[in-house]
Design a protein around this ligand. Structure first.
Ligand code: PBG
Ligand code: ZN
Length: 324
């Protein structure tokens, strides 16, 4: 008798065998590519803190959206920069905001590409916080109307889905009811439901010029030590009408993704954020890791943890690998 009788290595003996038994596979269908739009004309400006990413003016963003779609990617997540900032972030909810212009351009050029928009005030407020500030504190409830207005103008411009990232209490419900009142019952909501107060957002805040001018986001974004609270946040957002629940960041929070997958029966999205992206880029640039291999392994790990939707700056590169 040979010892041992069972041998897991048998099913790893060839690529054909490994393919046969592989449980998790990435597909291009899972990918969402974030895009940044800025005021101006004929702008395509590299974002210094985020390798391979650009700021596009609305007149140039359709070409990037078309390239994204040509790689088989089905959705983009749109972020905007304001023309000017003020205390209430009023540039965020103008009908002709930069984001609204960009949505129209993308929808004109590539109508089938899903346009998801980030809904939050931090890039638009002069204090850099995601909500209104009153006497040095976040003013939750009056912020909800502004977020709902922002979601509405994006929807009117043609967005298919809105993604509130502000972490105010009650925003999903307010956005849902405002959209429904105006007849936009088909606009989906992907809520940044379990969004942590994370140091991994650093490169993005440089890109979006959205770093808080004073203090931090710990009174609204979640404490990294908490896991049960993420379940509460997600349950509340579901009850308020969220269609998709997001966990953010992804890699340091794979346990949260796994719990979300087990606890809820709606699609789970994970945001592989700017700091996670740039750590890999930086390590690859130093020759420490193989960029392509580590990119695919990382994205696979997020999917294996339970995410259905992967929001990643690697989307275009990953789509190229998957097409081979
Ligand atoms: C704005 C927002 C942030 C990100 C997405 N939307 C930054 C923040 O909350 O400070 C982070 C994205 C990334 O790091 O890639 N609320
Ligand atoms: Zn914000």
């Amino acid at each position: 008798m040979r010892f041992p009788t069972t041998g897991p290595r048998r099913l790893r003996s060839s690529e054909a065998m490994r393919r046969l038994v592989r449980q998790t596979r990435l597909t291009v269908d899972n990918l969402v590519y974030p895009l940044f739009t800025c005021p101006g004309e004929n702008v395509k400006e590299p974002i210094t803190s985020m390798a391979g990413c650009f700021h596009f003016s609305p007149d140039r963003i359709a070409e990037e959206a078309a390239e994204t779609a040509s790689l088989g990617i089905g959705a983009v997540l749109l972020f905007g920069l304001p023309v000017s900032k003020d205390a209430s972030g009023s540039d965020a909810y103008r009908e002709d905001s930069t984001v609204c212009q960009a949505i129209r351009k993308i929808k004109e050029a590539v109508p089938d590409l899903l346009v998801i928009t980030d809904v939050c005030l931090c890039a638009y407020t002069d204090h850099g916080h995601c909500g209104l500030i009153k006497e040095g504190k976040i003013d939750n409830d009056p912020t909800l109307d502004l977020l709902a207005k922002m979601a509405l103008v994006h929807t009117q411009a043609g967005a298919d889905m809105v993604a509130p990232s502000d972490m105010m209490d009650g925003r999903v419900g307010r956005i849902r009811s405002v959209l429904d009142d105006v007849g936009y019952t088909d606009t989906a909501i992907m809520s940044y439901a379990a969004k942590y107060a994370s140091a991994y957002y650093g490169p993005f805040r440089e890109a979006a010029h959205s770093a808080p001018q004073g203090g931090d986001r710990k009174s609204y974004q979640m404490d990294p030590g908490n896991s049960d609270e993420a379940m509460t946040e997600m349950r509340l957002d579901l009850e308020e009408g969220a269609d998709i629940l997001m966990v953010k960041p992804a890699l340091a929070y794979l346990d949260i993704i796994q719990r979300a997958r087990q606890a809820f029966d709606v699609p789970i999205a994970a945001y592989n954020v700017s700091g996670e992206y740039m750590m890999i880029q930086a390590a690859a640039k130093q020759g420490l890791v193989d960029l392509e291999a580590i990119m695919m392994e990382t994205l696979l790990s997020i999917k294996r943890a339970g995410a259905d939707i992967l929001i990643t700056y690697f989307a275009k590169e990953a789509a190229k690998v998957l097409a081979r």
